[in-house]
Design a protein. Structure first.
Length: 500
């Protein structure tokens, strides 16, 4: 159902051109001001490609692929195909880059990826030997559920389990299995883009949906994770799949048990990947059932779904002491834990023999007003932070689009239309609230599950961009603030290490 008739059906060049210009000014400015810590030219290339491709092609593709020019069927087919090909190309390029420059197929800072790889290899070998209970393998070789120091937590077992079967299907080859897993990431990533298109269609109409889908397709941080061995691509896909299917169920005229059980199965599996995210999805669904407009969810279906979701969630948590313990930990002394972690970070020595003395100030009070925007881009050379330098362009893209995400939420709040979109709002804001009180508020990796939803709301705000002249003024101010923030953040990184 279409609720809005947006004025803009594309991302205007007045947004994209200025964003690219501010990025180039910030990049040059940081490297001139902190010349003794200038970025290696390879990270300039990464950043410039990330930012220019995202903004320039957002403008061009939303114009070429608008509803006035292309049919819905054509758009959906080409959206998925283009998203898939982009991701495959990045996987192949990064395979060459990692082998050429890093001398490791896993890339930089790959401790978690190496761990998942070893578990998957062991599990796949177990399967190839005719043993079908992979959990026995994990218990025997990694102490899963044993209580030993090397035991694998329940919330970490989901991705190695998935990867085990991927390696099994690809023959458990040391190179091909890793590449096959990354090609599967490309499929999940492209499917995520398509799901955002469908979710946006129901919430904001066809025009906004096409803008959201293109933004999601081109977002650098969503693309780059396809080339590593981490769980983020699968986790983001499952999160968006749950939200899209739940939204469809809420808006449908009939209550069907099958789709409801499917949603609960997704949540259960997500408890084996990231506890906080799974718990937030359950709470988001219940919030949507309670607060959604009666035009979206009829009362009879609302009460039935509340009962089913509450019963299933309660049984699942109460019957699994590990899940219950993980959920209870979310309501513990989060601020105290965050403070202790930040104090530890002030004494931790990095690869250059430096510690970050300013880390103690990075608490919830600082991140709360910035949580939609962070992380800021790393545009100077700091030892041991190659991934941050490689992905700084993607972070800058998020910094800019966060203006539209915040703006969209404010528009929906003040207009009262937020009750038509409670589910995606609850997923986005609920996860970010938890992130504020965690130890990873400025970690780009932990913001991954929010990016598709942030792009959807940003697309809605972009469609409203030319309704009033003052919106353009607000965006100009935001660009100036982001330029200053980029300079300030890179000073912070260096000064905290005694380098500026």
């Amino acid at each position: 159902m279409t609720y809005y008739q947006p004025q803009l059906t594309y991302v205007p060049s007045s947004i994209t051109n200025r964003a690219v210009m501010v990025y180039l000014l910030a990049l040059v400015g940081c490297n001139l001001i902190f010349m003794s810590h200038a970025l290696n030219i390879i990270w300039w290339v990464f950043g410039v490609v990330e930012v220019t491709v995202f903004f320039i092609f957002s403008n061009q593709l939303t114009r070429r692929w608008s509803a006035e020019r292309k049919s819905e069927k054509w758009f959906a087919k080409n959206l998925f195909t283009t998203a898939l090909l982009i991701r495959i190309a990045v996987v192949l390029i990064m395979y060459w880059f990692n082998m050429q420059y890093v001398q490791d197929i896993m890339g930089y800072d790959n401790a978690d990826a190496q761990w998942y790889d070893k578990m998957a290899q062991a599990g796949a070998t177990w399967l190839l030997d005719g043993h079908w209970n992979v959990f026995d393998c994990f218990r025997e070789q990694y102490g899963y559920g044993s209580g030993t120091r090397k035991s694998v937590a329940f919330s970490d077992i989901g991705f190695p389990l998935y990867l085990t079967y991927v390696y099994f299907l690809s023959g458990n080859d040391p190179i091909w299995s890793i590449l096959f897993a990354r090609l599967m990431n490309c499929v999940w990533g492209a499917w995520t883009v398509l799901l955002i298109y469908r979710l946006s269609q129901r919430n904001f109409g066809e025009n906004v949906a096409r803008i959201a889908a293109v933004l999601c397709m081109l977002q650098p941080n969503l693309i780059i994770y396809c080339e590593n061995g981490l769980k983020e691509v699968l986790m983001v896909f499952l999160t968006v799949l749950f939200t899209e299917r739940a939204d469809n169920m809420l808006r449908s005229k009939r209550l069907v048990i099958g789709p409801t059980l499917f949603l609960m199965a997704i949540v259960f599996y997500l408890f084996m990947i990231r506890t906080a995210l799974a718990a937030i999805l359950i709470l988001a669904l219940l919030t949507a059932l309670v607060l959604s407009s009666h035009r979206v969810v009829k009362w009879r279906r609302r009460m039935a779904l509340i009962a089913i979701a509450s019963l299933f969630g309660g049984i699942m948590i109460l019957q699994n002491t590990t899940i219950m313990a993980d959920v209870e930990s979310l309501s513990g002394d989060r601020l105290g834990e965050q403070r202790r972690t930040n104090e530890w970070r002030t004494t931790r020595i990095d690869k250059a023999g430096k510690s970050q003395s300013f880390a103690r100030y990075a608490g919830a009070a600082v991140f709360a007003p910035l949580i939609f925007t962070v992380p800021f881009p790393s545009m100077v050379d700091t030892a041991g932070q190659e991934l941050q330098k490689m992905r700084h362009g993607g972070n800058f893209c998020k910094n800019i689009t966060s203006f539209f995400t915040i703006f969209a939420l404010l528009l929906l709040l003040f207009s009262g239309d937020w009750r038509r979109h409670v589910l995606p709002i609850a997923v986005l804001c609920g996860y970010l609230i938890v992130l504020v009180f965690s130890n990873f508020a400025h970690s780009e990796r932990f913001h991954q599950p929010t990016l598709p939803f942030a792009m959807m709301f940003a697309a809605y705000a972009i469609s409203k961009f030319k309704e009033k002249k003052k919106y353009n003024t607000y965006f100009t101010i935001w660009l100036g603030v982001m330029f200053i923030a980029a300079i300030a953040w890179n000073w912070f990184k260096l000064a905290g290490r005694g380098l500026a």
